[in-house]
Design a protein around this ligand. Sequence first.
Ligand SMILES: C[S@@+](CC[C@H](N)C(=O)[O-])C[C@H]1O[C@@H](n2cnc3c(N)ncnc32)[C@H](O)[C@@H]1O
Length: 321
Amino acid sequence: MKCIEVPKKYAERTIKLLRALRIMDNEHIITRKDDHVLIPVKKEPPMNNELSSIPMRLIICSPPVKKKKEVKVPAHDIIGDIAVVRENVLEYMSREEIVEALRTTYPRIRTIYLKKGTEGVFRVAELELLWGVDDPSTIHKEYGLRLKVDLRRAYYNPRLSEEHRRIAENAGDGESIFDLFAGIGGFAIHIASLHKATVLMNDLNPYAVRLGVENILLNKKRIKGTIIPLRIDARLALKYFRTESFDRVIANIPRSTHLFEKIYWYLLRSKGMLHLYFLSSISERDEFIKRYFARWKLTGIRKVIDYAPYVFIWRADLVKP
Ligand SMILES: C[S@@+](CC[C@H](N)C(=O)[O-])C[C@H]1O[C@@H](n2cnc3c(N)ncnc32)[C@H](O)[C@@H]1O
C-alpha cells in the first residue's frame, strides 16, 4: 500500500488537496511518524501546481485499517417494502436508533412499523408507525409467488414462508385439501402452484379472504391447481361438508387448535393427513399430543417458528387411522 509522507505542518493542506482529487484511501488510518504524517492514497497523485509546491514523497506503508462503524440492527421482519420490529426491541434501542439502523441496512424500504401485539381472533397486527408512509399493505414474495398483505386487516407472518413450501412439497396432484385457517392464502397458493390439487382456502376474516382472492389473481399464471376461497367459521364445517371428504387438512390456529379436533376427524378420510400447528414448550409438547390427539397416529413433529422465550409453534403430522 502507498502513502504520501509529508511534514506535519503541510498535512492539513495536503489532505484537503488529496480529498479533492479523490485519491485518499479512506479505508485506512492517517498516522504520524516523528514530525511527518503518512496519508494513505489509492494511487500516485498528479503533481499539479498546488501539490508540487508541498515537500512530500510517495512511500510504501502499512497503515492500520479503519474500523467500520458498526450498525446494531434490531430483530425485524421485512415484508415487501415494509420493516416490522417488535416492541421488546425498545428495551435496548430507541425509536430513532431503530429507524436509522433499518434505513441504513435497507435503503429501499418505505415504512417502518413497531408491532405492539396482535388483536382479536383474526390475529391482526397492532402497529405504530415509526417512519415513512403509514400504509400497511404491500406485496411480499415467497419463492417467487406474490402475496398481497395488509398487516392491519389480516394475519401474515413472513416466517411461515418455508413452512408453506414444505407443506406444498408434501402434497400431490389430485388431492383434495382443506386449509381451515388460511389467512391470506399462503399454503393454498404454494400448493396450487406445484400441484393439480383442489384446495379450499378458508378464513373467517373477510379481509383475509379478499386478499386470498387477490393472491389467486396475482399468481394466476403459476397456478395449476384449483383454489376455492371460502369464508365460514371452521366450527361449522360439519354443517357444510360431508364426512371423510378430504385427503389433507391444514390446521394453522396454534393457540386453540385442540378445540377443533372433532372437526379435523370428521373432515378427513381414513389415512388422511392432518398438519396440526400448536403452541408449546419442548417439555410439554408430547403431552399436548397425548392429551388432545391420542386417537391419531403421529408420523412426524417439527419446530416451525419461535413464539416466545422457550415457547415454539410446532407442526405435528397426524394420520387418521
Ligand atoms: C395463524 S393465522 C393463519 C395463518 C395462515 N395459515 C398463513 O399461513 O398465513 C389463523 C387464522 O385463523 C382465522 N380464524 C380464527 N378463527 C377462525 C374460525 N373460527 N374459523 C375460520 N378461521 C378462523 C384468523 O382470521 C387467522 O387468519
